[in-house]
Ligand binder design. Sequence first.
Ligand code: CA
Length: 263
Amino acid sequence: MGKDKPHLFYHEKREVGGNSIRILLVEDERDISEVVYLYLVNNGYHTDVAENGKKALELFESRDYDLVILDLMLPDIPGEEIAEKIRMMSDVPIIMLTAKVDEEDIVKGLRIGADDYITKPFSMKVLLARIDAVLRRRKGARNADLLNLGDVKVDFSSGILECEGKKVRLTSMELKLLSVLTSTPGKVWKRSELLRKVWEIEDVDSIKTRVLDVTVKNLRKKFRELTEKYEFIHTDFGVGYHFETKEVEKSEGNRKKHRRSEG
Ligand code: CA
């Protein structure tokens, strides 16, 4: 790689407007992956790039993605096979990126479970519009009663959190708070907004209440009873809280908790 070429860090994170969408881009052609990567990152998406199928599956198994953009012609594993493997693990939206204009290939890809496809060459604007459309559809589906957060399933109708057979029941207020927080992952909610939406407390200034903090504390505790792999509710000091399914990183035995610099 040339000196003057920006090195692509495949796990680069970027916070833009609280967007916490993470995309896995699977593409072996550097010319394309670099352009798409930069475009996505500049539009606020966390983006990881896999240059082959093996790497794609490794990355996919190692973290949560909101969307996969999958080139079908890869050097090692055919894209269709990757789509099938991903489908066995997850219902994440998949957009196929393909030079194949053969209708049969496209039909096959869609049958495997891709949500959309784009034929090369394509414009970045078209790609972004398709991404938005696919994510919008998924968000609609999310409003249903079931929500998957990492390994944790939330059943909003019964108020039960479940992870690997373990279950905990939420109180109605915990459930309501969780529902508001998860409605827009990554969004920083002000304390006053949450108190108003969940407890219908309008006059936040005059009513000094700890109800929000206590409920957050209890929710966190319940999540931790199920799994310590993730942290879900994050404190934005002096502002409020936001929701993001974040894997707890372990380095040299030290758990890096509450990394404020990312907030
Ligand atoms: Ca290719």
